[in-house]
Design a protein around this ligand. Structure first.
Ligand SMILES: O=c1[nH]c(=O)c2[nH]c(=O)[nH]c2[nH]1
Length: 323
């Protein structure tokens, strides 16, 4: 049900000088754990959900008329009830389910945005045997998804990964950048490369898509682009190049993905200068490179969004040709 003409007249009388550019309200940080029991074997999923609804009228903001409002408290209850009835599969599937529930149950809702973060629990293994009901918290990488559905439009699904901290102790360099009057950093043919991987991507099509498989593919591809094979590794001439190779690999593997953003903050490890400590038989800094000073800030931050040319809008293509 869209706005009535009476409502729209009343509201437009208020919008002489101002207009809402966006509105939304919902409940944040709805935490839930869902257990699925298959006899003695239990499966767990823990999600944190944010809901956000946009209504067809603004009478709640303008006049204090709450008659269209699905209370944020009810939104929270709906999250728990749908989790109880349908269980939790992936964050993307649960986001889609919630969107479709809000839109079909409440005709005055025009847009739903569901953001979900998963807390990773891994089944414990005791003497090589998977435990029936005990789990370890393994937040090595956090999975998240954001599903937005506007009434009458295709859902918009963005998924992502964050907090995946990695390091490699060789096969990384940074050389031949601009050495002008502002530069103090020397060319570095060999350095530690450490970063905290953040990535977000958007699905254009969802036909035949397994969201869990896609997420694991992104994680494995990005890690491989960073680390390479276990014995020889892979050489990185810059964070920029490694980042691009990771994105390219992912887009080649997952045809349903329209674009992928990757951010790699450069977490610096500076060799400690031992040149003052000649009595300890330590060679000057750089010749051994065994002791480093980790310094998180300031940190370089390298990012790029790589999309498929076939899906880029004319504006984006124009912008690209000017770069
Ligand atoms: O891989 C890098 N890219 C840069 O752009 C940069 N800048 C910098 O100081 N160190 C690095 N490393």
């Amino acid at each position: 049900m869209s706005q009535t003409s009476e409502e729209s007249r009343e509201e437009s009388e208020h919008f002489v000088d101002f207009d809402f550019m966006d509105t939304g309200y919902g409940k944040n940080h709805i935490k839930l754990l869902r257990i699925k029991r298959e006899g003695a074997v239990h499966h767990v999923k823990e999600f944190q959900v944010d809901t956000q609804l946009t209504l067809c009228s603004k009478k709640d903001y303008l006049f204090g008329d709450n008659s269209d409002i699905v209370a944020t408290d009810s939104q929270k209850n709906i999250v728990y009830i749908l989790a109880k009835i349908h269980g939790l599969k992936s964050p993307e599937d649960f986001g889609l389910l919630l969107c479709s529930h809000f839109l079909s149950k409440y005709p005055r809702v025009t847009k739903v945005k569901i953001s979900i973060e998963e807390h990773p629990w891994q089944r414990m293994v005791t003497d090589g045997v998977p435990h029936n009901h005990a789990f370890i918290s393994t937040p090595t990488a956090i999975r998240f998804a954001c599903v937005t559905c506007e009434r009458g439009a295709m859902p918009d699904i963005e998924s992502g990964m964050k907090n995946l901290r990695v390091m490699k102790t060789t096969q990384s360099a940074f050389e031949h950048f601009i050495h002008d009057e502002f530069a103090t950093l020397p060319d570095c043919p060999e350095r530690i490369f450490s970063t905290v991987i953040y990535s977000k991507w958007k699905y254009g099509m969802t036909a035949g898509l397994d969201y869990d498989y896609a997420w694991n593919t992104v994680k494995d591809s990005v890690l491989y682009a960073f680390a390479g094979s276990p014995d020889t590794g892979i050489f990185s001439p810059s964070v920029q190049n490694t980042l691009y190779l990771a994105q390219k690999e992912v887009l080649e593997k997952i045809p349903q993905m329209s674009w992928i953003e990757v951010q790699l903050p450069n977490k610096h490890y500076t060799p400690v200068d031992f040149s003052q400590f000649k009595y300890f038989g330590v060679k000057p800094s750089g010749s051994e490179n065994e002791v480093f000073l980790p310094s998180d800030y300031p940190a370089g931050n390298i990012r790029a969004v790589l999309g498929r040319k076939s899906l880029l809008s004319p504006d984006m293509l124009m912008l690209q040709s000017k770069l």
